[in-house]
Design a binder for this molecule. Structure first.
Ligand SMILES: [Zn+2]
Length: 464
């Protein structure tokens, strides 16, 4: 929906307007089956009856910050330096002080799926800092990464609205099954774009998990299958970039807990003999038990709530309201039981799908802005949002949590060769892979500062 239409509809809640409009318009749009298979096979969810929503009274205090305190010995989200928990670190997870809020994204068709995914990525400090590096160093010319970095420069350049023409023009490169004229799946677009950025950033001849994108999103799962016949344990490891969780829990009141969904994801799974598991040890096809545990924790946890299902080849949306926390602890799902309770994450963004069908509806993003306050990005409309409301989006479809870095990582980083320098103009055209340098945190931030200043200077010369 365009901003003109929004204005013509007068004031009031834009989400309600979207719902009403999508019900009225309801134009036929083809649905494309997801191209990427799910990383872990999970039982199909049962259908949950959609109930009318009972929204609470509006919270009139806009833009309040997260109330839950940062656990002791962890770097708060408000810090200005945060190298992340890994060593060596290629990322910088803190916003530079004074970073402006990104502009809105104009939707001239049905590209809200794209706009919401882009805003979620742009509101990740680590992604923004990386894109600043790409833009300054003019890395990967002609690539989707370069186009995305140019969009970063425009979004943070002081304009109110941007039409992401160049990024839309690269949709075929990002996911050739998608069309800018169809309502597509925001999660699928998000993962396709991330995958493209990862391919661009992986040095030739190296594995995908050597890329900076793995350092932002990647984690590693350890899967243990215990043979029901001989008791042999078979252990495999698998990288993951998001968790796709089922909404298959029925409750009388119809509400779903995200924590419960994640717990179910990690619960022991019974493999039946008819499923065809063959044990490497005893060579028999037998029953088995499978459990997944986190071996390496991601710096950013993307949780995809599987609201869209194919039932009898027909797409169907599961509208159950989702309850999700501001603070999440993944330590409970660690391979190492000692970690239980000590791997904290904080919510930094939510993508919601409003509407009751897969072919219509509308995507919006609730995000934590660089100033620590929350806002809703509804295409080109940006509205302040209280933390309370940010945590009450019942239509939540994707959530992004940022891992809190132990304070020790900060001090280690200052003395060790850990951080990768953000690009500098001098490096333009030369740097093709991440360069490990020492203690460049201050320079990184100065470089980002240049981007804001440069973008503002070029504002009237076609740059933004
Ligand atoms: Zn066996």
């Amino acid at each position: 929906m365009t901003s003109v239409m929004k204005r013509q509809n007068g004031g009031g809640n834009p989400f309600q307007q979207h719902r009403l409009l999508t019900q009225i318009k309801d134009k036929p749009i083809s649905f494309v089956r997801a191209k990427n298979p799910e990383p872990v096979a999970i039982k199909p969810a049962s259908y949950i009856l959609i109930k009318p929503k009972q929204r609470e009274e509006e919270d009139t205090s806009p833009g309040t910050t997260l109330s839950a305190a940062t656990p002791t010995n962890f770097i708060p989200l408000s810090a200005t330096l945060d190298p992340g928990s890994r060593s060596p670190s290629k990322i910088q997870k803190a916003w530079k002080k004074g970073t402006p809020s990104p502009a809105g994204l104009i939707n001239q068709g049905v590209t809200c799926y794209m706009n919401s995914a882009v805003q979620l990525l742009m509101h990740m400090p680590a992604m923004s800092n990386y894109l600043a590096d790409i833009l300054l160093a003019k890395k990967y010319p002609g690539s989707v990464t370069q186009v995305f970095a140019q969009l970063y420069g425009k979004l943070f350049g002081g304009k109110k609205n941007i039409f992401p023409r160049q990024l839309i023009g690269r949709l075929d490169d990002i996911n050739c099954m998608m069309s800018e004229w169809n309502q597509e799946d925001a999660h699928e677009y998000f993962m396709s774009l991330m995958s493209r950025l990862q391919e661009d950033s992986t040095p030739k001849g190296e594995k995908l998990n050597s890329s900076v994108i793995y350092d932002m999103f990647g984690g590693n799962l350890e899967q243990v299958v215990v043979c029901g016949g001989c008791g042999n344990e078979s252990v495999t490891k698998q990288d993951f970039y998001d968790l796709s969780v089922n909404l298959d829990e029925k409750k009388p009141e119809g509400r779903i807990s995200l924590k419960r969904c994640i717990t179910r994801f990690f619960e022991e799974e019974q493999i039946q003999k008819k499923d065809g598991y063959k044990c490497d040890e005893c060579q028999k096809t037998t029953s088995a038990k499978k459990t997944s545990r986190i071996h390496e924790f991601p710096e950013h946890l993307v949780v995809h709530v599987k609201r869209f299902k194919f039932v009898n080849d027909q797409p169907r949306k599961m509208g159950a309201p989702l309850d999700y926390p501001a603070d999440l602890d993944l330590g409970h799902y660690s391979r190492d039981k000692q970690r239980a309770g000590v791997v904290p994450y904080k919510l930094i963004g939510v993508i919601a799908h409003c509407g009751r069908t897969t072919g219509s509806g509308h995507y919006i993003a609730h995000v934590r802005q660089p100033n620590g306050k929350w806002a809703t990005y509804d295409d080109d409309l940006i509205e302040p949002l209280s933390e309370k409301k940010a945590l009450k989006e019942e239509d939540a479809y994707m959530l992004m949590y940022q891992r809190l870095t132990p304070q020790a990582s900060k001090s280690k980083s200052a003395s060790g060769p850990k951080s990768v320098a953000m690009g500098t103009p001098k490096a333009a055209g030369k740097v093709t892979k991440p360069v490990v340098k020492t203690g460049k945190g201050q320079r990184k931030m100065a470089d980002i500062d240049n981007i804001f200043a440069s973008a503002k200077r070029k504002k009237n010369s076609g740059f933004v």
